[in-house]
Design a protein around this ligand. Structure first.
Ligand code: 9MR
Length: 723
């Protein structure tokens, strides 16, 4: 900074210090000094390449753009409060003397501006300070430096960017409501009925169960549990399983503390089991989503069918330099809040729908194919399977994924996505996923759709052979515009595919290639599929000798016992207890998947403890947890309804819908990989690292593999209603 500019800026600097004396000085910008060398969460327009050079963000501003916003450097999801003053400060220099604008405003229509200032930048580094008062409260303000509209290209460098103001601490004051934590949907009449009470008191306390007229229908004493490590709180447990009445509007009371209301009865899981599956129709690519099935609010045009501005999925070229052809890869489901389609994740979700069908039978759905004499759950799975088969290259290898060249912003309807999309190179993992799901498809559809079953088996066979010939083609980490779904260990995918192929064909060569078993420490996920070999074999007892089958049952039951022990050891009963004490991305899917293992153990052994463990896991997902949160949209008083999604983005644009009922949020994640989580969750106890904020993709996204786990387990719960 020159002496002159220091002198000129002195009054503003003093003003900031005066404000500091008056109130809190909360920094609202993340990564303002670029000291780590990382750019995120800053972004620049597609025409504005940028790098971190000498600890500064330097952007190449193009010449010959029209509007000032045609070339931008920005950061999203910055919170502002109505009536509060804000001070924006930054250092800037440029390769020539020019002007640009420093802007703080909400990011979607109607845009509300906190400040919009002209910056006279020169070749020397200067510090700039601007102030403004926010006329609105929003968690989704954008701080941007807008440098378009000029005729000469230049380099603009920024550093030490800071926006200070507001009185609400970063992340806000977290209010988890009642300390009495229940399943906010409810409890099955004959199922387990337990709740958790947050308290430092260690002596037993009296609890009351109240009906909807506030009459006491049951009462008892709490049982001390003590410290719950994952939530960082002390808790006591309530067991009201003896109560057999049914109805709506029950509450549990401890002293004058009342839980959220809940139902008790048979049939309470029926609507959720249906909604959890209809999530998939809502997220189909390549077909209009019609009001007659999803209601007017969530209806939308077909996405990615080659109609402008979409580049379409009807003829998608390979990522430059990786192959010379294009494939028609229309259809399938969008993976999550983004518009990518990833084989390993989509295949796991499709597999789980097929397994759900084998476990729980059909579910009546509001989808275009309903009434076609094929079970609706199989119609839905077919939408994805057709896409998976299209991802197979002539060589038999399967492309790992297809997605946009760059990450698109939010909100964005699928049909409005203007980005170029590419096929990313084939991988052994994706190829084996198609072998596994193709084999399961061939077996399950044999009775319903012989043509599909035949195509599936042929694709599975071709994929298996291609994977054997190319056993170590790994999808790389990183990349732009889509998730990586990277995986450098595929022995588990080989084993799972072998098990499914053996289950379908009975061929001994496949049996010999099964090398993995279900393990409690691994569970299963898109990356870790070894345990699915056992779950595949569990569906075909006739393929195994009695001894082999008995060993399989003992193995699955042993894993279920470990999950049950984990569930019972926790204050908020739940079968997910990570060994490293850190919750992972999509932790709710681990809860649901582990519950699925317990439910499978129940169907193999008929031991009620496994059924109860699976049902009690649902209590966790539906509100009996560290933050009193039902993670399922539309179910429970305190439900997640701002999940990260480009179309279900009501919290960014009131004309768009919120997520469909039955959408499962990813859930607490210790990693805090997104800026909103980094702003709001520093130091959180693992089971509390969650924000129902559309910007928090690392804690609050939806995804096909998470909803398939929810659909599976809620269909199971629904089938247990008379148990
Ligand atoms: O579910 C995935 C999780 O296991 C990974 O840790 C994470 C980061 O790579 O990605 C998750 O998957 C996201 C994918 O990469 C892109 N679409 C949204 C998915 C759910 O957040």
């Amino acid at each position: 900074m020159t002496t002159l500019t220091a002198f000129l800026l002195l009054p503003a600097t003093l003003a900031v210090q005066a404000a500091a004396a008056d109130g809190p000085q909360y920094e609202r910008i993340l990564n303002g000094n670029f000291d780590s060398g990382a750019k995120t969460p800053w972004w620049t327009s597609g025409n504005t390449p940028s790098t971190i050079t000498d600890g500064r963000l330097c952007a190449q501003i193009p010449g010959s753009t029209v509007n000032v916003w045609d070339s931008m450097i920005g950061q999203d999801d910055v919170p502002v409060e109505n009536g509060q003053p804000y001070t924006l400060r930054f250092e800037a220099s440029a390769s020539l003397a020019t002007t640009f604008r420093a802007v703080v405003q909400t990011s979607s229509q109607p845009m509300v501006t906190v400040m919009n200032k002209t910056v006279d930048v020169t070749t020397g580094t200067q510090t700039f300070t601007f102030t403004g008062t926010s006329p609105t409260t929003s968690d989704h303000t954008q701080v941007s430096f807008q440098a378009g509209g000029g005729s000469t290209p230049y380099t603009l460098c920024l550093d030490d960017i800071s926006l200070v103001g507001g009185v609400v601490p970063p992340g806000g004051v977290r209010d988890f409501g009642s300390p009495v934590r229940v399943n906010q949907l409810g409890y099955l009449q004959n199922g387990p009925k337990r709740a958790t009470y947050v308290t430092d008191e260690t002596n037993p306390l009296s609890w009351r169960l109240l009906d909807d007229a506030d009459g006491i229908v049951a009462q008892g004493k709490t049982k001390s549990h003590g410290a719950d490590a994952m939530s960082g709180t002390n808790v006591q447990l309530i067991d009201f399983g003896q109560y057999r009445g049914t109805g709506d509007g029950y509450r549990l009371a401890v002293g004058d503390q009342l839980s959220e209301p809940f139902a008790i009865g048979n049939g309470i899981y029926k609507p959720l089991a249906q909604d959890a599956l209809e999530y998939f129709y809502n997220n189909r690519s390549g077909i209009p989503i019609e009001a007659q099935y999803v209601g007017a609010e969530r209806a939308r045009d077909a996405g990615h069918l080659g109609v402008a501005p979409n580049k379409g999925d009807t003829s998608v070229p390979c990522f430059p330099g990786t192959c010379a052809y294009s494939l028609d890869v229309r259809g399938g489901w969008y993976d999550a809040g983004d518009h990518g389609k990833y084989v390993v994740n989509g295949a796991l979700a499709a597999w789980q729908l097929l397994d759900q069908y084998e476990q729980s039978g059909d579910e009546t759905l509001r989808i275009p194919e309903a009434g076609n004499k094929i079970p609706d759950v199989l119609d839905e799975a077919k939408w994805e399977i057709d896409f998976l088969l299209r991802m197979q290259a002539p060589s038999g290898m399967v492309h790992h994924k297809i997605h946009d060249e760059k990450w698109t912003g939010l909100p964005l309807k699928p049909a409005a996505d203007p980005q170029q999309r590419y096929l990313y190179p084939p991988s052994t993992a994706a190829t084996l996923n198609v072998a596994a799901v193709g084999a399961r498809c061939a077996r399950v559809y044999a009775k319903w759709d012989k043509a599909l079953a035949g195509r599936c088996l042929a694709a599975a066979d071709k994929a298996w052979k291609a994977a054997l010939a190319n056993p170590a083609v790994y999808a790389p980490d990183g990349g732009e515009g889509g998730g990586a779904y990277d995986d450098i260990k595929v022995t588990d995918e080989f084993s799972w595919a072998a098990a499914e192929l053996f289950a379908t064909t009975g061929k001994q060569a496949y049996k010999k290639a099964i090398t993995t078993q279900l393990k409690a420490s691994d569970g299963f996920s898109w990356q870790e599929t070894g345990g699915l070999a056992d779950l595949a074999l569990a569906r075909v007892p006739w393929r195994l000798s009695p001894v082999e089958y008995l060993r399989l049952v003992v193995r699955i039951a042993g894993v279920a016992d470990k999950y049950l022990a984990d569930l019972r050891s926790q204050g908020y009963a739940n079968p997910y207890l990570p060994a490293d004490g850190k919750y992972m991305w999509g932790s709710n899917s681990a809860v649901a998947s582990n519950a699925m293992v317990m439910a499978t153990a129940y169907s193999l052994t008929w031991l009620p403890k496994y059924r109860d463990g699976a049902l009690e896991s649902l209590d966790y997902l539906l509100g009996r947890n560290a933050i009193n949160q039902s993670y399922v949209t539309g179910y429970g008083e305190r439900d997640s309804h701002n999940q990260h999604h480009r179309f279900w983005a009501k919290s960014l644009d009131p004309t768009l819908p919120s997520p469909a009922p039955g959408s499962l949020a990813g859930g607490p994640n210790s990693g805090l990989q997104d800026p909103v989580a980094q702003r709001g969750l520093q130091g959180c106890a693992p089971a509390t690292c969650y924000l129902d904020n559309i910007g928090s993709y690392s804690t609050n996204e939806v995804a096909v593999n998470w909803n398939s786990a929810l659909a599976w387990i809620t269909a199971f719960a629904d089938s247990q209603q008379y148990g």
